[in-house]
Each structure stands twice: as structure tokens, then as C-alpha cells.
Unconditional design. Structure first.
Lengths: 169, 279
């Protein structure tokens, strides 16, 4: 199971690189699935390793896709830092006690959507602020964050099932 | 919530988080000029805010002393004004005192950061371009010259302190009128030297030194300090030690002065230079 998750995770990193390189329809929208990938890291992985994975993932995307070295790593590490706390607040202690992974089937569409939206919003706010670097007006930053959040949420919901394994199958 | 969360592991995660963020920010700023400028601007703004807040707390606790000093100075100035008014009325009963425009704008400011420990000291003031401060304005206190504004941001000014070996101001000896550059002695926070005073100008230790008004930055007749011992340099000029009225180690409130006629002065200088070069 672990190998399957790792393999899927690597494939999704490559998918993110393709999204970053080729899916630029408008400057107001960016697509990211990195936050949902961090959310779906198995609950038995502690925060330290989650942050290391997030840093390495961000750096890989920066290096091979975006060209702004450090921006994805900087935005993704906070997502990994708050991941366990957020899971505890939204899903309770059950995922940790039973060492279960998060699935829509088990925890419901609404709660998964809420967790994805919060982590994606956190990622996007940091990313877009750093990307604009004080050169864009506030309305642009707000509009880009809002539109990117909607677009990224839709893509994240489509890929969440690829990462969400039910261990008891 | 997860069980494994004693305080130690929380601190450990926080430290790892900070280290990874520092690494990412460092990469971001080293590889991208736009982001580097943005991060520099944020850190400078943060520093200025922090210094400003620290200074504000310090100022609050020294308000009583400052008020006492201001009251004493007000009283001294009122006495001088009364004396002048009385003298004027005695000589001309129709005299009505008026304020004359002297060509300088005065902007009160507070020092939020200053150094006195190096040979190139500087100041940061809490007034910027939004308050009307421009580069190359002078900075004075009630006890003398403090420095010159070097760079201005929206809310802050960066100034070269008088305690900087690169700064000279034009000064004049009270009794003889001899003029020379006055510079910091590099040793004490209230010590300076008045250079290039020709030997034929006699002076007495204890004479007052004033600004000459020959530069466009400072108005004339600001008292600066008291002349002390002199030594002859190369058999041609005197170099006179000066004890400044203003001790730069105890300084908080200053006044920025802008010469409103500096463009006119520069224009006439440029015109003269152009005509000189044609000849």
C-alpha cells in the first residue's frame, strides 16, 4: 500500500509540473493540487516528515516547472505544518487512532471539501503574495486567490480519490 | 486531535518549520530579483516599525524630563523676545514685531535609531517624503547641528550624523568672523575641530562657534559650541578644538530644515559656472 501511495504521489507531482507549465489560460487563475497531496499523506506520518516531504515536493516543482525557485516550497511547508491540527479539528481523533487515511467515502464530501478548501486557500495566499511581490493591486491578488481557489478545488476533488486509500479493503 | 503532541515535539516541529521556511525564503530571494526587493522592503518596514515602537515606549517614560526641558527653553526664549520687544518699543513706539520669512522650512522629527559607536554614524528619523522632507535637508536641535538627510522614504528619513568623519559644515568664529569647515573629532560625542583658520585671525579660547550660513543647507548663526585649544597645521592654519553644545549621545527630538530657495541658489551657481566656462 505504501509503495502504491508513493508511486501515485510521484505521478501527481509530475501532473502538477504539467499543470504549472501548460495550463496558463489567464493570469488570474493558477491550478494547484499540491495542498490536497499534503492533506492525503497517511496520518501515521508525523508533522516533521510531512514538512520535509512538502519542502522536497515544492522544490521539485519549483526546479522543474515554475522557474521561481523556493516559492512552492515556501507556500507548501505551512500547509504541512498545520495539516495534523486541521485534520484533528475537522475529522476528530479517529483518523489518528485507527491510522486510517482520509477518504471521501469514510469522512464525507463536505468535510473533505472543507479541509481541501482551507489548505488550498492557505497555500494560494502565500504563493500569490510572494509571486506578485508587491507589484499588483489588492483587487488583483484577491481576484486571483478567489478564482484559483475555485479552480484548484475542482481539480483537487477529482484527484483526491487517487490518493485516498482505504486500508481495510 | 493526535495523541503524540507533548510540548517538546510541538517546539521541535515549530523549529523545523521555521528552518524550512528560512531555507525557502533564502532561495527565493537569492534567485529572483523582484522577490528579493519585496522581501527587503518588508524587512526594512518591519525594522522601522519595531524601532519606532521601541522608541515610542522610551519616549513615553521620558516625557516629564522632555517637558521640563521644553518649558525651560520656552521661558528662556520668551525672555529674549520680551527683551527685544522692549528695546524696539523704547527706540520706536510705533514698532510692531513681525515674523520674517527666512527661506527655510522647519519640520519637527524624532530620532528612532541612531549610532555613535562607529566612524560613520547615521540616524533614522520618523518623518519622510509625505511630511515634506527632501534629500540634503539639514537637521538641527536647540543646541546645534545634528546631520544632513541623505535618503527619504515615504515615512522615514535616513541621515548622515554629524558624528561621521565624512561630514563637514561651514562654521564661523564669533569674535573674528573667520570661517572654516567644522568636523567631528572622531573621539567624543560632543567634540569637534574647526579647521583651516588662517593664522592672522586671532581668537580666544571660550569664543562661541556658529554656523556661517555659507552653505545652502544650514541657516547662519546657529550656535554650535565653544572654541578650545588650537594647534598650528603645516605652519599655515590653525586647527581649533570645539566642545559642542549638543552631546550626540543624548538626542531624541530634532528639527529638519529645508532651504526653500536652494533651487534658486543652484540655478545662479550653474549660470555662473556656464558663463565662466564660456570665457
Amino acid at each position: 500500500m505504501r509503495k502504491t501511495f508513493a508511486f501515485t504521489y510521484i505521478l501527481l507531482v509530475i501532473a502538477q509540473m504539467i499543470l504549472s507549465n501548460y495550463f496558463h489560460f489567464t493570469p488570474l487563475v493558477m491550478l494547484t493540487i499540491l495542498p490536497v497531496m499534503i492533506l492525503c499523506i497517511p496520518t501515521k506520518v508525523n508533522t516533521f516528515w510531512a514538512m520535509v516531504i512538502a519542502f522536497a515536493t515544492g522544490l521539485a516543482v519549483d526546479w522543474l516547472a515554475e522557474g521561481t525557485l523556493g516559492i512552492n516550497a515556501m507556500s507548501l511547508v505551512p500547509v504541512a505544518f498545520v495539516r495534523k491540527t486541521l485534520i484533528g479539528m475537522i475529522f476528530g481523533i479517529e483518523p489518528f487512532e485507527q491510522k486510517e487515511n482520509l477518504t471521501i467515502k469514510k469522512y464525507g464530501f463536505a468535510r473533505m471539501s472543507f479541509a481541501i478548501l482551507i489548505l488550498t486557500a492557505l497555500f494560494l495566499v502565500i504563493y500569490i503574495l510572494a509571486d506578485c511581490a508587491g507589484t499588483r493591486p489588492l483587487w488583483f491578488i484577491g481576484a486571483k486567490t478567489g478564482l484559483s481557489l475555485v479552480a484548484s478545488y475542482i481539480v483537487s476533488i477529482l484527484v483526491v480519490n487517487l490518493l485516498s486509500y482505504d486500508d481495510r479493503r | 486531535m493526535p495523541k503524540e503532541k507533548p510540548v517538546v515535539s510541538k517546539i521541535f516541529y515549530a523549529v523545523v518549520f521555521i528552518l524550512l521556511e528560512i531555507a525557502a525564503i533564502s532561495m527565493l530571494s537569492h534567485n529572483n530579483e523582484l522577490q528579493r526587493l519585496w522581501l527587503t522592503r518588508i524587512s526594512h518596514g518591519f525594522m522601522a516599525k519595531t524601532w519606532g515602537t521601541t522608541q515610542a515606549v522610551g519616549n513615553y517614560f521620558s516625557l516629564r524630563k522632555q517637558n521640563d526641558e521644553l518649558s525651560l527653553e520656552n521661558e528662556r526664549l520668551r525672555g529674549i523676545v520680551r527683551g527685544y520687544r522692549q528695546a524696539a518699543i523704547e527706540s520706536d513706539p510705533a514698532f510692531r514685531p513681525e515674523l520674517k520669512e527666512d527661506g527655510f522650512n522647519y519640520i519637527p522629527a524624532t530620532i528612532i535609531k541612531s549610532g555613535t559607536n562607529s566612524q560613520h554614524n547615521y540616524l533614522i528619523l520618523d518623518k519622510g517624503s509625505e511630511d515634506g522632507v527632501v534629500e540634503n535637508s539639514g537637521i538641527i536641535s536647540s543646541k546645534g547641528v545634528i546631520g544632513i538627510v541623505d535618503a527619504v522614504s515615504k515615512h522615514y528619513s535616513f541621515a548622515i550624523s554629524f558624528l561621521n568623519k565624512e561630514l563637514n559644515i561651514s562654521a564661523r568664529l564669533d569674535t573674528t568672523g573667520a570661517v572654516g569647515p567644522l568636523a567631528w573629532d572622531g573621539l567624543k560625542t560632543n567634540g569637534a575641530v574647526l579647521k583651516e583658520i588662517p593664522l592672522q585671525f586671532k581668537y580666544n579660547p571660550g569664543d562661541t562657534v556658529y554656523t556661517s550660513g555659507y552653505s545652502a543647507i544650514f541657516p547662519p548663526d546657529i550656535p554650535l559650541g565653544i572654541a578650545g585649544e588650537a594647534k598650528v597645521i603645516n605652519g599655515a592654519t590653525n586647527e581649533i578644538s570645539v566642545r559642542l553644545f549638543q552631546d550626540h549621545s543624548a538626542l531624541k527630538y530634532v528639527t529638519i530644515i529645508e532651504n526653500t530657495r536652494i533651487k534658486e541658489i543652484e540655478e545662479i551657481e550653474n549660470r555662473e559656472e556656464e558663463e565662466g566656462s564660456k570665457k
